[in-house]
Design a protein around this ligand. Structure first.
Ligand code: GLV
Length: 403
């Protein structure tokens, strides 16, 4: 499989996206690719990187580039982590283990979604890098507490609590693809949607070999076992986390807590006050509230509000190494990539994820050398020009550096 994702067939992340589209049934591809409502925020997350212009220092020789960062006290060889992506086992057999293995081999961290198909113990064992657990409260507090205890025992190094799922966003593509009907019990409702699977025999063979429809083995319902696979929209309905929940989560989990889903200075300050060690500036990849700010646009305000007290990460829209560079210049310590590797997973399993990481790493090195900067630690606002309106509440250059 690794040859299939090599250059020149796959030169960038968009090529992996096309390969994933060809291999996956429409409902599965659109689950990765789609966003909420009119997909304004989904598009804007990517487009907004074009508003930031790079300012190179030319005639500078850069023989070596240092890409390492320290996140929550752990050294990562790359300034990006693999974001939690639900249902990855539907993209490729044992998908979460494959992605975690690729992340560990590249010297970075993988974040496992609660809504995953592989057991959290198996995912941790698959990676030689740090693994974080992303928490949704599906199944309620007791179920979550039991999972938190399992994650601690298995050696997870951080807990990422997602705070932007009061309800699920309306993912219109999922409605049109019949995701709910496909998961329901009525055969007649399913029938009109089944063709998309028969048209993807290679995917179907792997899916059946991997045991067919996955369940959620990290959501163990008392007396019932693993929660049966559900439409993610239905699962998110029961996942609301409030600030009050953070108190018992903090009791149950003694390690670092990362709050994912911050878009404003106010929420950022609240996360600091609640004792988070880091936040992720995130709009859930444009899958929840459509019409909110692109994450890069929100980053300077959040970095200003945090004022160096905790670590600020960002996800959303990252498809190139230069996108990562821009986010780091505007104050992110590191970023999370979701779709960029999920396309690779859908295209070719672990080899596809490895290729996505390789593309982003090569982009980073090339961008730094062309910028005249020898390490990601040195990136700061002097390397970019961003719209003035973004920077009004932002801190000075000094407080965004220091990785
Ligand atoms: C899961 O978190 C999703 O956004 O689909």
């Amino acid at each position: 499989m690794s040859r299939a994702v090599d250059s020149p067939r796959v030169v960038n992340i968009a090529d992996l996206r096309l390969m994933a589209e060809r291999r996956l049934p429409r409902a599965v591809f659109d689950y990765i690719d789609g966003g909420a409502d009119a997909e304004f925020t989904l598009r804007e997350n990517c487009r907004v990187f074009e508003d930031v212009i790079l300012r190179p220092r030319n005639a500078v020789a850069i023989p070596q580039c240092d890409l390492h960062v320290t996140v929550l006290g752990k050294r990562l060889d790359l300034p990006f982590l693999l974001a939690p992506v639900g249902s990855s086992r539907m993209f490729y057999p044992r998908g979460e283990e494959a992605a975690a293995r690729a992340a560990g081999a590249a010297g970075t961290a993988y974040i496992l979604s609660t809504l995953s198909g592989c057991r959290l113990e198996d995912v941790k064992a698959a990676s030689r890098g740090p693994v974080w657990y992303q928490l949704y409260l599906v199944g309620g507090r007791d179920v979550a507490s039991a999972t938190i205890a399992r994650a601690r025992t298995a050696g997870y190094s951080a807990l990422a609590v997602t705070i932007d799922t009061a309800v699920s966003g309306l993912r219109e593509r999922d409605v049109r693809n019949g995701t709910k009907e496909l998961l329901g019990s009525s055969i007649t409702s399913k029938l009109p949607f089944l063709r998309q699977f028969l048209m993807r025999p290679r995917w179907l063979a792997g899916f059946l070999r991997d045991g067919g429809l996955m369940s959620f083995p990290n959501v163990m319902l008392p007396g019932r076992g693993p929660m049966p696979y559900a439409d993610v929209a239905a699962a998110l309905e029961q996942s609301t986390v409030s600030w009050a929940d953070l108190r018992w989560i903090r009791e149950a989990w003694k390690g670092p807590i990362v709050i994912k889903g911050v878009l404003t200075g106010d929420d950022a300050r609240r996360a600091v006050d609640e004792g988070a060690e880091a936040i992720v500036v995130s709009n859930h990849g444009g899958r929840q509230l459509d019409g909110v700010s692109a994450t890069l646009r929100a980053l300077p305000e959040v970095v200003g509000a945090v004022n160096g007290r905790i670590e600020v990460l960002l996800d959303g829209g990252i498809r190139r190494g230069s996108d990562i560079v821009k986010a780091l210049c505007l104050g992110a310590r590191a970023v999370l990539c979701g779709r960029a590797y999920a396309y690779g997973l859908g295209a070719g399993g672990e080899a596809g994820v490895t290729r996505a990481i390789q593309i982003l790493r090569a982009d980073l090195v090339r961008t730094l050398r062309l910028l005249g900067c020898s390490s990601v630690a040195e990136l700061d606002r002097s390397y970019v020009e961003a719209p003035v309106a973004w920077l009004i509440d932002a801190p000075s250059r000094a407080s965004v550096s220091g990785r």
